[in-house]
Design a binder for this molecule. Structure first.
Ligand code: NAD
Ligand code: IPM
Ligand code: MN
Length: 362
């Protein structure tokens, strides 16, 4: 039995998690998959009502009592400092030591990419974003706050341990999946201390994977190149901040944030948190316009994590069918609502499961 914690969160989070849950409930009809779901009320409403974002006991339960977490999104205009979202989301990533933030970005239908692919090759990018260090640790501080002499320092923390394990995870993924190349993305020309550590570690780890080709690129050149020749790039390993920025660009190149799923994992402990790459989208929350596909694709990543690649393939395949059929919310140029897309996908997953047929998502 797999126990799954649901954190719908803020804005469109609950709307898209409801559709992912609909799909999970269908997947749980599989005789060998027992899922137990529990919803936690973490988010802006509770924070504003009680002043508590997440308690020690909730951290403990989320770490120890569940096999995985599915999170919608956190962030609310009523909390302009974003404190609760940092406490909960970064808190879970850091305290559960979920050091791999894996963000696959694949063009699932050529119509969806804003780029023209004259040679027919489309982007199939796998971002390995370091998830426990960088400028996200909170190291730093403010001096003389609020005065005209204010000093604000945000330290960029890079440890050998932290860098080595994410680089190794990227190479391991490339090795296992027969991927051709791993690219290190950094800014070593302007940030030489961290840059040297990342580059030395990258080349050392690379030497133990002689069959995988390597490349290093500065992040400014990388964003240009992702637009210029998206299909060239394969596996990317990078720091927390650069990975955050690159993943929104990469998502846009596949058809938008509404299609981008991610996994925060610790491969050694098996702990995992799945979430769409997008945020709470306050501009469309409550309107039925949110695309639930990113959240639904999180269920595919979860199935892989639970050792059910067959069910992951099923979800991916049905999403491909939906996109092929032109079904979509307004961000994809469609007219369907969040729940219409969710119901269509859940219905097809159910049909495929009862027919015992698994569509191919390629
Ligand atoms: P966002 O991702 O919420 O929205 C950016 C744009 O993409 C908006 O125009 C939005 O309408 C659109 N969009 C996002 N998801 C969509 C979906 N599923 N379907 C259709 N359109 C979608 O980013 P933002 O506006 O910068 O941030 C809003 C809030 O979300 C902030 O508080 C931010 O900190 C937070 N945030 C949270 C997470 C997370 O919880 N993992 C991730 C990113 C941002
Ligand atoms: C993401 C988000 C978060 C991040 C924010 C909400 C702190 O943008 O998951 O991509 O920067 O990691
Ligand atoms: Mn982001």
């Amino acid at each position: 039995m797999a126990r799954l914690a649901l954190i719908p969160g803020d804005g469109v989070g609950p709307e898209v998690v409801a559709e992912a849950t609909r799909v999970l409930e269908i997947l749980a009809r599989d005789p060998e998959l027992t899922l137990e779901l529990e919803t936690l009320d973490l988010g802006a409403d509770r924070f504003l009502a009680t002043g508590r974002s997440i308690t020690e006991e909730e951290f403990r339960r989320l770490s120890d009592d569940f096999d995985a977490i599915l999170l919608g999104a956190l962030g609310d205009p009523r909390v302009p400092g974003n404190e609760h979202a940092r406490d909960i989301l970064l808190g879970l990533r850091f305290r559960m030591d979920l050091y791999v933030n894996y963000r696959p970005c694949r063009v699932r239908h050529p119509r969806l990419s804003p780029l023209h692919h004259p040679d027919g090759r489309a982007m199939d990018l796998h971002i390995f974003r370091e998830n426990t260090e960088g400028v996200y640790t909170g190291a730093g501080g403010t001096l003389r706050g609020g005065t005209d002499q204010e000093i604000a320092i945000e330290e960029d923390v890079n440890t050998r341990h932290g860098v080595e394990r994410i680089v190794r995870a990227a190479f391991e993924f490339a090795h296992e999946g027969g991927r051709k190349r791993v690219t290190l993305v950094d800014k070593a020309n302007a940030m030489p201390h961290g840059g040297a550590l990342w580059r030395r570690t990258f080349h050392e780890v690379a030497s133990t994977y002689p069959e995988v080709r390597t490349e290093t690129m500065y992040v400014d050149a990388m964003v240009m190149d992702l637009v210029r020749r998206p299909a060239h790039h394969d596996v990317v390993v990078t720091s927390n901040l650069f990975g955050d920025i690159l993943s929104d660009l990469a998502a846009a190149l596949t058809g938008g944030l509404g299609l981008a799923a991610s996994a925060n994992v610790n491969p050694e402990t098996g702990r995992a948190l799945f979430e769409p790459v997008h945020g709470s989208a306050p501009d469309i929350a409550g309107s039925g316009r949110a695309n639930p596909i990113a959240a639904i694709l999180c269920t595919a990543l979860l199935m892989d994590h639970l050792g059910r690649p067959d069910l992951a393939g099923l979800v991916n395949g049905v999403v491909a069918e939906a996109l092929q059929a032109g079904l979509g919310t307004p961000d994809l140029g469609g007219e369907a609502t969040t729940s219409e897309v969710g119901r269509w996908i859940a219905g097809r997953v159910a049909m495929r499961m009862s027919a015992g047929v698994e569509p191919n998502d390629d």
